[in-house]
Design a protein around this ligand. Structure first.
Ligand code: XMP
Length: 261
């Protein structure tokens, strides 16, 4: 099987071109299709110079219609040369995950998110195969950003090889590395854990960090801890001036990266 990691390269090319590490979570709290489409397009038009990629969730995709209005959003993102990520958090048995990933790639997304709790064989292996055969990406949830995330991702479990208890997220980071994931998602609300993850993942698997702003995480702190991309939604989309908010975030993150080099 020929394998390509094109998505990872596409993301870095986008960062280089725009000098932004902000992934825009373009999910708006609107339920009317027409209204959602026009507002989504308007925000993308405004903020595209300040972000490096766009992420969408189920509620946006279902409201817009995957082969209907959503196509207009994905085409616009393509026109702006912004990679698009479907935040579907795949979490089923292998053949179903593969069908979902196939569908999201056919719809036009360049990467999907997936939950490592389901494991490799008959779990995520088929997703990685279909993604990497087609130059698409898989981002693994290593530690989510919300308060309750620690209940599952932070649980101590017995590591048979090391003969000691380690947190679940450490095991997931090791899996992200061995599965050759295109990214690991670690909440900006857990900066110490980002640092731990970066020590495991190095530069091999970039860290995507959601939870900035509305959830209380700080972008600069996440960058200092080792995040490569910041996934940001409401702090931009619900701002009075989304373009100004995105621009300010982009600059502040860029300053933090410069300070680290
Ligand atoms: P806000 O508005 O909080 O939106 O900036 C964040 C976006 O990121 C998603 N999100 C996550 N996605 N793992 C993920 O894969 C996470 O831990 C996580 N936390 C938030 C969320 O769906 C929203 O669109």
């Amino acid at each position: 099987m020929s394998v390509t990691f094109a998505f990872k390269h596409e993301m870095e090319a986008s960062v280089k071109k725009r000098r932004s590490n902000v992934v825009l979570a373009l999910d708006l709290p609107l339920q009317k299709r027409g209204e959602l489409l026009s507002k989504t397009i308007s925000i993308l038009d405004d903020v595209h110079p300040f972000v490096c990629a766009v992420k969408l969730g189920y509620h946006s995709v279902l409201t817009l219609g995957p082969f209907d209005h959503l196509q207009k959003v994905l085409t616009l993102a393509d026109d702006y040369e912004l990679p698009t990520i479907m935040d579907c958090k795949l979490n089923d048995v292998g053949h179903v995950n593969k069908a979902m990933a196939d569908l999201f790639f056919k719809v036009g997304f360049k990467a999907v998110t997936a939950n490592p709790f389901i494991g490799w064989e008959e779990g995520l292996q088929p997703v990685f195969e279909v993604a990497h055969r087609n130059g698409r990406g898989v981002l693994i949830l290593v530690h989510m950003s919300h308060e309750g995330a620690a209940e599952g991702y932070g649980r101590l479990i017995w590591d048979q090889e090391a003969k000691k208890a380690v947190p679940q997220y450490v095991i997931f980071a090791r899996k992200a590395l061995s599965w050759k994931a295109d990214g690991a998602v670690v909440g900006a609300t857990f900066p110490k854990r980002i640092k731990e993850m970066r020590d495991i993942l190095g530069d091999e698997v970039p860290i995507y960090s959601p939870g900035v702003g509305a959830q209380g995480g700080r972008a600069e702190e996440a960058v200092r801890a080792g995040a490569r991309y910041l996934i940001v939604g409401r702090a931009i989309t619900l701002a009075k001036e989304p373009a100004e908010a995105a621009k300010a975030l982009k600059s502040s993150i860029a300053r933090q990266f410069s300070a680290l080099t």
